[in-house]
Design a protein around this ligand. Structure first.
Ligand code: HEM
Length: 456
């Protein structure tokens, strides 16, 4: 029995209302067809129907939360846990014992194990790798040649996560393999989530074979990384050592499956989210040359013309604001779900135990009720004198509460450094054949962004 399970249930006030039902549902499918057809537009319009609204997805009722304050209340309340269709499909493929899908005491213990690797004071140790990778990216590219932003962004994101958190010389070659495996696995996972054809995914079709190969290689790679570290007898001060030495609630070493799932649970969210954000940053640099120039000017002023270094990041305030504004309009994580563990309330509405709740950081961060000129790319809205006008929880790309992304500082440092390195060396133009429309998957990213770097 856990502490949570004996928490006395406070009786709910009788006057709690049922949330209004969102308009536009159709028989049988309910709102599902709208959610599949244009999920971003659908989620963005829900606030017109209420602060909390009921959706019908086939036979199931799902609750959507539409205001910044209530998304904060949801994320901070212990009445809701990580669960729901998104997590269940991730668990099935990536493992059940990692931090991203655990709840309760196991989750708290796992967070304690991984947190030191992401603390603000741990980040400078990753500086040399982040610097090396950011400059290697710009050096790989040749002026005038077309850059495939999808594979390049994935590569740098995976390399930084793997090299910083799972240190080791072997990581260079492994990072490349991880990169290929993760890109294929994420593509296939989203397809399996939105079009759940069950057994059809077992048919020996080329796409299914490619997916299964990539998934198997991802798990094999993780096993190899763990086995090799053990065989080396080395214990560098990194996340992998922390995982290998972790103890469970009884003080016993954690099991092999948990170590494996933890590595997967850290590498997978860490690569797709950062890669998607880099793609949007490249898009922004190409589409807003005036902002790219301001970033370049700031970097020049701080560095005096030498290559930008990790130590410069904290002085690159405007570049940081450019990254934040890009994440506001194009958040990698566009939908999040929770499940109510008991009968509870949100915003004066009754939420029954077992209900699934969704909200969209995309909709919240683009809402005209929270942001002046809400769809305009305006990094200066994050200046200290203007930021006060933005409601609490209206910008939460890393979420909040006990499930908040552990990697907010780690991610912001690398994204700011990469943006600075890119904008200093090149201007970017989209090339013909580039498709910058938004691809809705597990994350949001451009469909197939291709740019041409032009030397400054
Ligand atoms: C959780 C966003 C980068 C590891 C989350 C959550 C969000 C998020 C929104 C919370 C999910 C929820 O509330 O349900 C992002 C964004 C990133 C990023 C926008 C970059 C732009 C990373 C990186 C890593 C990472 C680089 C690791 C290397 C994790 C883990 C969790 C998580 C392990 C689960 C935490 C838990 O459940 O306790 N991330 N993330 N993320 N993220 Fe990130």
């Amino acid at each position: 029995m856990t502490v949570e399970s004996v928490k006395p249930e406070a009786p709910l006030a009788p006057e709690l209302r049922e949330p209004p039902r969102a308009g536009g549902g159709v028989p049988v499918l309910g709102h599902g067809w709208k959610l599949v057809r244009d999920p971003l537009a659908f989620m963005s319009r829900l606030r017109d129907h209420g602060d909390v609204v009921r959706l019908k997805l086939g036979p199931k009722t799902v609750y959507a939360v539409t205001t910044p304050a209530l998304t904060g209340a949801l994320a901070l309340s212990s009445d809701f846990i990580i669960a729901g269709p998104l997590w269940e499909s991730l668990e099935g493929l990536l493992g059940k014992e990692g931090v991203a899908t655990a709840n309760g005491p196991r989750h708290r213990r796992q967070r304690r194990t991984i947190q030191p690797a992401f603390r603000l004071d741990a980040i400078p140790a990753y500086g040399p790798i982040m610097e090396e990778e950011a400059h290697a990216l710009t050096e790989r590219w040749q002026p005038g040649e077309t850059v495939d932003c999808t594979s390049e962004s994935f590569r740098v994101a995976v390399r930084i996560a793997a090299r910083c958190l799972l240190r080791g010389d072997f990581m260079d070659e492994r990072a490349e393999r991880l990169c290929v495996a993760l890109a294929t696995v994420f593509r296939g996972m989203y397809r399996r989530m939105v079009v759940p054809l069950g057994p059809l995914y077992n048919l020996p079709l080329p796409a299914n074979r490619e997916f299964n190969r990539a998934l198997a290689d991802l798990h094999l790679l993780v096993d190899e990384i763990v086995a090799e570290r053990r065989a080396s007898g080395q214990k560098p001060d990194d996340l992998l050592t922390a995982l290998l030495e972790a103890k469970d609630e009884n003080g016993d070493p954690i099991g092999e499956q948990e170590i494996h799932d933890q590595v997967v649970a850290i590498l997978t969210p860490g690569s797709e989210t950062v890669a998607s954000t880099i793609m949007w940053l490249l898009h922004m640099l190409a589409e807003h040359p005036e902002h790219a120039d301001r970033v370049r000017d700031e970097v020049q002023a701080v560095t005096g013309g030498r290559p930008v270094a990790f130590a410069d990041v904290r002085e690159l305030r405007h570049t940081n604001n450019v990254v934040v504004e890009s994440m506001r309009l194009s958040p990698a994580v566009w939908i999040l779900t929770r499940r109510a563990v008991r009968d509870t309330e949100l915003g004066g509405y009754r939420i029954p135990a077992g209900a699934d709740i969704v909200y969209s950081p995309y909709a919240i961060q683009r809402d005209a009720k929270s942001y002046e000129r809400n769809l305009e790319f305006d990094p200066d809205r994050w200046l200290p004198e203007r930021v006060k006008a933005i409601p609490k929880h209206a910008m939460s790309p890393f979420s909040t509460g006990n499930r908040k992304c552990p990697s907010d500082h780690f991610s912001m440092a690398q994204l700011t450094l990469i943006t600075a390195a890119l904008a200093t060396k090149y201007r970017f133009e989209q090339v013909s054949g580039s498709n910058d429309s938004t691809r809705v998957g597990i994350t949001l990213r451009p469909h197939d962004l291709r740019v041409r770097p032009v030397a400054r």
